[in-house]
Write a protein that binds this ligand. Structure first.
Ligand SMILES: [Zn+2]
Length: 428
């Protein structure tokens, strides 16, 4: 390699072999890791460098197989194709208005393109020096607005300089050559734009096929008895199955079967736990609960709020291990029922306390100002609070509190003393 004469042939050969297995995205990352790799991969004159990028491009499904357009080397070509890197000028990513403009050989967002181009309305005169430049056409003011010829501003400047320094006879030949080149670029652009669309469709198709293959592989995995390990219905509802298709190409290219499977199984196990395993354990509890001597109203209404029911003690913290009947009858079910009975007691106390609060507050609240002081009112909307409103408010809040145990407003001090005197130990 021309730029790296101080490295032994063998180390360069090893480097080339490694690079032949990497994607252009990997090469770009590698290029930034150290000076040595930068020299290997950035050279514009080394044919080996060009070969490395070309091999990588041809081996990566998401890159076109046709050679770069004139004026771009293999590395520059690959970099322009990396649409997921966003606008090459401002770096804006993920926006649908970032496109490759093959006429100008740039990957740009609309704003950056407009900042770097000169637009001349069709029909208007083009300066002679610009008449041999490639341009693209846009309607800048909607579908029915005028058509504009869009030129790359730097090219116009360079063209003018060159043109001014030529004699009249030289200008004729110069313009002829420029027009010929522009024509070639125009044909090339049409070809590449069509190809970009095809490549986009092909990319999507390739992604679908790959994921379909992975899916079938996973769904057909079985244990030593030939029993399938995973349920297709649960696999189908794993979010990653669809999310993986939305990954940008450079990230999708990193997904091999093992990575895909690990991520899928992570979600699969959570879904399996929620939809299959935990309901099974609850069925176990429910079946034994009805035989409990304590299973009576109103305690049964409080069962869903009992801590031991909400998060029951699984063997080894693993919900997949079923409980035996002895544990259910002697430990878990009696604990849940005891907690439910305590809830009934707390609910009765709560009814008493809330009646007390209601009476005291209704006596006190006379105006909106008072209401705000007790944090009952709303600061944004003016509400004329009367006793009836207060009662309704308390009813809503107390229902909420009654069911969830979350006290909705700050207690007045004298009320707290009343409560303390009643010695409700569970009250904080
Ligand atoms: Zn931009």
């Amino acid at each position: 390699m021309n730029t790296c004469e101080n490295y032994s042939t063998s180390s360069i050969q090893i480097f080339i072999i490694i690079c032949s297995h990497l994607t252009p995205w990997d090469l770009l990352s590698l290029l930034k890791t150290c000076h040595k790799f930068h020299d290997y991969l950035y050279s514009t004159i080394s044919s080996t460098t060009q070969l490395i990028w070309k091999t990588s491009r041809l081996n990566t499904i998401f890159f076109p197989k046709i050679p770069p357009p004139s004026g771009l080397n293999e590395r520059e070509y690959c970099c322009i194709l990396m649409i997921e890197k966003g606008c090459q000028f401002c770096g804006r990513k993920g926006s649908r208005d970032v496109r490759i403009y093959w006429t100008f050989r740039v990957r740009s967002c609309w704003d950056c393109l407009m900042n770097r181009t000169i637009c001349i309305e069709s029909g208007n005169e083009i300066p002679e020096y610009a008449s041999g430049l490639p341009f693209t056409k846009f309607r800048l003011n909607g579908m029915y607005g005028s058509e504009y010829m869009v030129f790359w501003a730097d090219s116009i400047k360079r063209s003018k300089n060159e043109f001014d320094n030529l004699s009249k006879i030289e200008r004729f030949e110069w313009l002829k050559n420029s027009k010929q080149k522009a024509k070639e670029i125009e044909i090339d652009t049409i070809y590449r734009e069509e190809l970009d669309q095809k490549l986009y469709d092909l990319t999507l198709y390739h992604k679908k096929c790959q994921i379909f293959l992975y899916y079938e592989l996973l769904a057909s995995e079985s244990n030593s008895n030939g029993k399938l390990l995973y349920n297709r219905y649960l696999l189908d509802i794993c979010p990653f199955l669809n999310e993986v298709m939305l990954l940008p190409n450079h990230l999708f290219a990193q997904i091999d079967y093992d990575r895909w499977k690990n991520k899928m199984l992570e979600e699969y196990r959570i879904i399996e736990m929620e939809r299959r395993i935990i309901p099974k354990r609850y069925n176990q509890i429910k079946e034994r609960l009805v035989y409990s001597p304590l299973y009576k109203r109103p305690a049964i209404y409080w069962i869903p709020y009992c801590p031991s029911y909400k998060s029951p003690p699984y063997h080894n913290n693993d919900a997949r291990i079923p409980w035996d009947d002895k544990f259910l009858d002697k430990v878990l079910v009696p604990t849940i029922m005891k907690e439910a009975i305590l809830c009934v007691k707390q609910a009765e106390d709560a009814v008493f306390v809330l009646k007390l609060i209601e009476d005291i507050l209704c006596m006190r609240i006379k105006s909106v100002r008072d209401a705000l002081m007790y944090e009952l009112g709303c600061e944004d909307i003016y509400i004329e609070l009367d006793i009836k409103t207060v009662r309704n408010f308390l009813k809503t809040c107390s229902n909420h509190w009654f069911w969830h145990g979350i006290y909705p407003y700050k207690l007045p001090d004298d009320l707290a003393i009343v409560l303390a005197n009643r010695r409700l130990i569970w009250w904080n």
